[in-house]
Ligand binder design. Structure first.
Ligand SMILES: Nc1ncnc2c1ncn2[C@@H]1O[C@H](COP(=O)(O)OP(=O)(O)OP(=O)(O)O)[C@@H](O)[C@H]1O
Length: 319
């Protein structure tokens, strides 16, 4: 008989309801009793995922937000054990990018027990602060600058109540900040470039909360990272970026005012897209770094690379 493990963030889930749904799903699919492992503030998923692997389970279900998913995936990377998602956060960015069910526990469990496996790329980030280097994975995106500040400025209470709207408020807060990064970067071992920017995003997948597509070409299994350097000049520059992002999502295209605002084929120079397998960024002063929506402290250098097809994710059959 097959056996699953579930790594549950008890703060984000209704444990009693989840246990009942889990029991029903196990019986329906003829699986053994699932190994139930709860995260704690001090161990948000690492020890639990390691235990699941050591016990030789057939699948690990992550029941929590993006942080829980990221932590569990870090341990499963490169193993044969698939990850199933039971989204319970506000962002749920990986689940959104894979078009998975967001709020249907039964469907998510049916997928875990009877879905099919898909290989996705994993982003690896080496965070350097002086002589100290820490290696972490990301599934959706790594960010420096405004992006990370945006998360630092996000009001947790508002995030709980209004979800992604909190990010919009945070953008407003950060916009007033004149901070700019001076950086040197190197793509795929090529020439070193110097530039200034407000934000650098390295994406493995393309969608942000509210399904705003910031990185239109990013695909989760293309073996490449998609990098965007935001270099807006003042408020007008930021407005152009917002307009471009909304335009590409069809929000503005549907209105005549939107079409006038955008103009036919106008370039948005404030945004630069590049693709590559490895990006090294060196900063003139320490900056906050963000991985899949969680802050990981300040860094003076960041090396990101892609580990192609390194994670098995369980998705519904026929996807
Ligand atoms: N038992 C626990 N008690 C208190 N805090 C916990 C516990 N388990 C995990 N945490 C905390 O929860 C955080 C992870 O939350 P998670 O990613 O599951 O949800 P989230 O942050 O709301 O997700 P999202 O980014 O999608 O909004 C970690 O910072 C961890 O310290």
């Amino acid at each position: 008989m097959s056996r699953a493990a579930i790594v549950v963030n008890p703060v984000k889930t209704d444990a009693a309801a989840l246990r009942a749904a889990l029991e029903a799903a196990e019986q329906r699919h003829g699986w053994e009793e699932t190994l139930w492992l709860e995260t704690t503030e001090d161990d948000p998923g690492t020890g639990q995922a390691r235990e699941a692997l050591a016990r030789g389970v057939d699948i690990v279900i992550a029941a929590g937000g993006d942080g829980t998913v990221r932590t569990v995936a870090e341990e499963l990377r490169g193993s044969d054990t698939p990850l199933a998602l039971l989204p319970a956060g506000t962002g749920n960015l990986l689940a959104r990018n894979l078009d998975l069910t967001l709020d249907d526990v039964e469907h998510a469990l049916a997928t875990a027990f009877d879905g099919t496996d898909r290989l996705i790329d994993v982003g690896i980030a080496e965070l350097r602060d002086g002589a100290r280097t820490e290696k972490r994975v990301f599934l959706v995106m790594a960010g420096l600058g405004i992006d990370a500040q945006m998360i630092a400025a996000t009001d947790d209470e508002l995030k709980a109540k209004a979800g992604w709207l909190a990010y919009v408020k945070a953008i407003g807060t950060v916009l007033r900040d004149k901070n700019e990064l001076r950086l040197r970067y190197q793509l795929d071992g090529g020439r070193t470039h110097s530039t200034h920017a407000h934000s650098v995003l390295v994406g493995n997948c393309g969608s942000l909360p509210a399904n705003i597509l910031l990185l239109p070409d990013a695909a989760v299994d293309d073996g490449e990272l998609d990098i965007v350097v935001l270099r807006p000049e003042g408020v007008v520059g930021w407005l152009r970026i917002v307009v471009k992002v909304f335009w590409e999502n069809g929000v503005l295209r549907r209105t005549s005012a939107g079409r006038r605002l955008m103009g036919a084929g106008r370039e948005v120079r404030a945004m630069n897209y590049v693709k590559g397998r490895e990006l090294v960024v060196k900063l003139d002063r320490p900056q906050q770094v963000e991985l899949d929506g969680d802050l990981f402290g300040r860094v003076t250098a960041l090396r990101t690379r892609v580990d192609p097809g390194a994670l098995k994710v369980r998705v519904p059959r026929g996807m």
